[in-house]
Design a protein around this ligand. Structure first.
Ligand SMILES: NC(=O)c1ccc[n+]([C@@H]2O[C@H](COP(=O)([O-])OP(=O)(O)OC[C@H]3O[C@@H](n4cnc5c(N)ncnc54)[C@H](OP(=O)(O)O)[C@@H]3O)[C@@H](O)[C@H]2O)c1
Length: 256
C-alpha cells in the first residue's frame, strides 16, 4: 500500500543492479518504504546494494531480498512474478531499470547482437512489465516507474538499435498507462538524457548530463504527482521537443 505521501511499502526493482534503480530504492527507503526485492543478473552487486538500502534510514531498517533475473531467459516472467508474490505479497511500486546500450558499431554488423539489445530493452522486457501491471490490476493498485530514454523520442543513426528499442518501450508503457486507467494502476515513464552511471562510464559526458541521484528524485517527484511522463533534466525535454520536429535533412547533420 501507499502512505499519504505516496510512499509505497513494497517495492520491486527490475534490473536490481542498476545505479538509477538502486538510487530510487535508497530514496524510497529514506522515505519509509519497508520491503524491497531486487531482481537482476549481478548477484554480488545487488547484495552490496541490499546492504546499503537496508541501512539508509536512521529510523528503521528496510528488508531487502535479491533474486536472479535475466529478462531474456526463458520463463523469466513467471519466475519474476512468483518471487515478487512470495517476497513482497503485493507489488506496490515496480521500478523497471533494465537497459543495455550495446555497441552500435558492432551490433549493426551482427543481427544476433542487435537482437539481444532489442530483447533486453524491449521485446523481452515488455511482457514482464505487462505481467506486473496485470498483477497490480488484480490487487487493485500499484505504480510502475519505467526508465525509458530521450534516445527513444527521436531515434538517431548513431544509436538506432538501442534508440528503437527504447522507442518501443516508451510507446508500449505510455499506452499501458492509458489502458490501465480505472484499474488503480499508474504508469510513469521517465526519460533521462545522459546520466553518469556505469552504463555510460566509457563515454564523454554530453550537454545537460545528469546524475542517478537527480533522475531518482525527479522520477519519484513525477510519480508523487501522478505524471505519465517526465524528462530529466527538465531542459532536456525542451531540447528534445525542438529536435524531434526538425526536418530529417537538418537533424541528420547534428553530430551526436
Ligand atoms: N545512464 C544513462 O545515460 C541513461 C540514460 C537514459 C536512460 N537510461 C536507462 O536507465 C535505466 C538504468 O540505467 P543505469 O544508468 O542505471 O545503468 P546500469 O547501472 O548499467 O543499469 C542497467 C541495468 O540493466 C540490467 N540489465 C541489462 N541487461 C539485462 C538483462 N538481459 N536482464 C536483466 N537485467 C539486465 C543491468 O544488469 P547488469 O548489472 O547485470 O549488467 C543493470 O542492472 C536503463 O533502462 C537505461 O537504459 C540510462
Amino acid at each position: 500500500m501507499f502512505d499519504a505521501m505516496h510512499t509505497p511499502d513494497n517495492v520491486l526493482i527490475v534490473g536490481g543492479s542498476s545505479e538509477i534503480g538502486i538510487e530510487i530504492a535508497k530514496q524510497l527507503a529514506r522515505r519509509g518504504s519497508s520491503k524491497f526485492l531486487l531482481a537482476g543478473r549481478s548477484l554480488g552487486a545487488m547484495q552490496r546494494a541490499a546492504n546499503e538500502i537496508s541501512s539508509v534510514s536512521e529510523h528503521s531498517s528496510a528488508s531487502v531480498s535479491v533474486i536472479y533475473y535475466d529478462t531474456v531467459a526463458p520463463g523469466s516472467t513467471t519466475d519474476l512474478l512468483n518471487a515478487a508474490k512470495a517476497e513482497l505479497d503485493t507489488i506496490d511500486m515496480a521500478v523497471i531499470a533494465v537497459g543495455a546500450l550495446g555497441n552500435q558499431e558492432e551490433d549493426e554488423k551482427d543481427p544476433a547482437s542487435a537482437q539481444r539489445v532489442l530483447e533486453a530493452n524491449f521485446s523481452s522486457l515488455a511482457p514482464d512489465i505487462l505481467a506486473i501491471a496485470n498483477q497490480m490490476s488484480e490487487q487493485g493498485f500499484g505504480h510502475i516507474l519505467v526508465l525509458s530514454s530521450v534516445a527513444g523520442i527521436r531515434v538517431r543513426a548513431s544509436n538506432y538499435i538501442y534508440g528503437a528499442a527504447k522507442a518501443g518501450l516508451d510507446g508500449f508503457t505510455m499506452a499501458l498507462g492509458d489502458a490501465m486507467v480505472g484499474s488503480g494502476v499508474k504508469v510513469t515513464v521517465v526519460r533521462p538524457g545522459f546520466v553518469t552511471t556505469k552504463m555510460t562510464a566509457h563515454m564523454q559526458p554530453r550537454p545537460l548530463s545528469t546524475s542517478a541521484h537527480k533522475v531518482a528524485a525527479e522520477a519519484l517527484r513525477a510519480a508523487d504527482h501522478n505524471k505519465s511522463a517526465v524528462y530529466v533534466p527538465y531542459a532536456m525535454g525542451i531540447a528534445v521537443s525542438i529536435y524531434r520536429h526538425l526536418p530529417r535533412s537538418l537533424a541528420r547533420k547534428i553530430p551526436f
